[in-house]
Design a protein around this ligand. Structure first.
Ligand SMILES: [Zn+2]
Length: 290
């Protein structure tokens, strides 16, 4: 089988706080003409189009966890890809409960809209299903050309949540392997064994990195950096110890200016000698020659 070009596009590099400069978390991996989405944050549909991808080509979305900034436009990607001509199912892979969330959208929020357009605008054809796929850890999807592994990651688990909530709060990172290359998507996490397994030897690690070390200047941010989201004080070390080749930093906080981005880059480069991309929306990493 001939090799297909592999490209990673940072569709959205922001977080939950609305940011005119950054869309919500979403990363696009293209293997040849197969687009695969990781998370569907605010603005993902328009960003996918800006990246030059035909929405109707989408077949697989992988959800890292159920914070609203990562799943907020789930309905939009399903319904807009239908308008664009999608005829086949769109599978939404994610942690336990993904199927339930999707069913709620399709049967309790958008059921009338779907019926209206199916019957009132038959030009779209019938509704091509969105299928929820709750996945465990390990190998979660495999086809001829690529496979995806999920690893549990630690995202707020050390905070004061009840055991009942923590049972339901399951967060993943993903590792996509194709043609001898590895692309790791950290999801939202602090340093943990799951993150290190998925990042090990990765050609590209798309890593959440909310703050530069210099911005961790209050008890709130100290707690955040320790329990919730990795920051500039740890991501370079993790990438170096895991043998990552290209480290892409995303999930940025809104900032009044970009001066801190350079501070963050230099901080990370003190511990990591590979390539560092402090990503802006629509930045691309092409894997040839990574
Ligand atoms: Zn989150």
């Amino acid at each position: 089988m001939s090799e297909s070009p592999i490209k990673v596009t940072l569709l959205g590099t922001g977080g939950p706080r609305p940011d005119p400069q950054r869309s919500g978390p979403a990363t696009l991996v293209q293997i040849g003409n197969m687009p695969i989405l990781f998370d569907v944050g605010r603005g993902v549909v328009v960003q996918t189009m800006r990246a030059g991808v035909a929405l109707q080509a989408l077949r697989h979305v992988f959800i890292t966890h159920h914070h609203f900034d990562h799943i907020g436009d789930l309905y939009d990607i399903g319904l807009s890809s239908w308008f664009a001509g999608r005829k086949e199912a769109l599978t939404i892979h994610g942690p336990p409960d993904t199927k339930r969330l999707l069913q709620a959208l399709l049967t309790q929020v958008y059921d009338k809209d779907i019926e209206w357009r199916s019957e009132g605008e038959p030009v779209h054809g019938g509704w091509p299903p969105m299928l929820g796929h709750d996945v465990g850890t390990g190998l979660v999807y495999e086809c001829e050309r690529w496979r995806v592994y999920a690893e549990p990651v630690v995202h707020g688990h050390g905070l004061d949540f009840s055991p009942a909530f923590l049972k339901r709060w399951i967060c993943y990172g993903y590792r996509l392997e194709t043609q001898g290359k590895v692309i790791a998507i950290s999801g939202d996490t602090v340093d943990c064994a799951g993150l290190r397994r998925l990042a090990m030897g990765a050609d590209v690690l798309v890593q959440c990195c909310y703050l530069a070390g210099a911005e961790i200047n209050s008890p709130h941010f100290e707690r955040l950096a320790k329990y919730t989201l990795a920051c500039g004080d740890s991501v370079g070390r993790i990438a170096a110890q895991c043998g990552v080749k290209t480290l892409v930093l995303t999930h940025q906080r809104p900032r009044p200016d970009d001066a801190m981005v350079e501070v963050l880059r230099q901080e990370v480069q003190r511990e990591f000698s590979g390539r560092v991309v402090v990503a802006s929306d629509l930045d691309e990493v092409v894997l040839d020659g990574v």
